[in-house]
Design a protein. Structure first.
Length: 197
């Protein structure tokens, strides 16, 4: 049996729904909906998990850690250990304010960039996981507190852009899980450069 993990980062609770920091949850929810998957609470792993049986003996687990963003790595570490999954196959979707709103970048290395969820992953899981970085754009105005910005909600116009991009997010996650990070980076990162030229 081959098992891989596709995780989205965010904060549980109604008050955080629709916030910029929950864009990882939004993307992973869209993938689960597109595949007709059902979320189950797995308290042992402090996560909500949707099982995606792609073909016989090949399963992908969609994961939303319920530990709050700052402790996401603890939940994912437990899942990796339980299923004996190498960190190099772990895909993690999360918001990134260094990328223009609605765009996607794939990378496999780097610092936490000030992102507390990524910092937790680096602490508990280590480096080498595949980063599916979802652009939320830079704070406006620029002097706005970053915490206030990421925990804030998208404007109506921004939310419309995200809604229009959801299928792109889902297709990118499928591409990444089917073809691997090298091919996904070649296609998705190039597409973003072209669109922003």
């Amino acid at each position: 049996m081959s098992v891989t993990l596709i995780a989205g980062l965010g904060n549980p609770g109604r008050e955080y729904a629709g916030s910029r920091h929950n864009l990882g949850f939004t993307a992973i929810d869209a993938l689960a909906a597109a595949e007709g998957l059902k979320w189950e609470k797995e308290s042992h792993f402090q996560a909500e998990i949707a099982r995606w049986d792609v073909r016989p003996r090949v399963t992908r687990l969609l994961v939303k850690p319920q530990t709050f963003m700052n402790d996401s790595g603890r939940s994912l570490r437990a899942l990796l250990d339980f299923h004996q999954i190498p960190v190099e196959t772990l895909i993690v979707a999360y918001d990134d304010l260094t990328i223009d709103l609605g765009l996607v970048k794939v990378s496999v290395s780097g610092s936490d960039g000030g992102h507390n969820g990524v910092a937790s992953l680096l602490e508990h899981v280590g480096s080498g996981f595949i980063r599916y970085r979802l652009g939320i754009g830079a704070p406006r105005p620029a002097e706005m507190d970053i915490k206030d910005f990421v925990l804030g909600k998208f404007s109506t116009e921004q939310a419309n852009i995200i809604d229009q991009q959801l299928n792109t997010f889902v297709d990118g996650l499928r591409l990444l899980s089917n073809r691997g990070s090298a091919e996904a980076m070649n296609i998705l990162n190039r597409r973003d450069r072209h669109e922003t030229d």
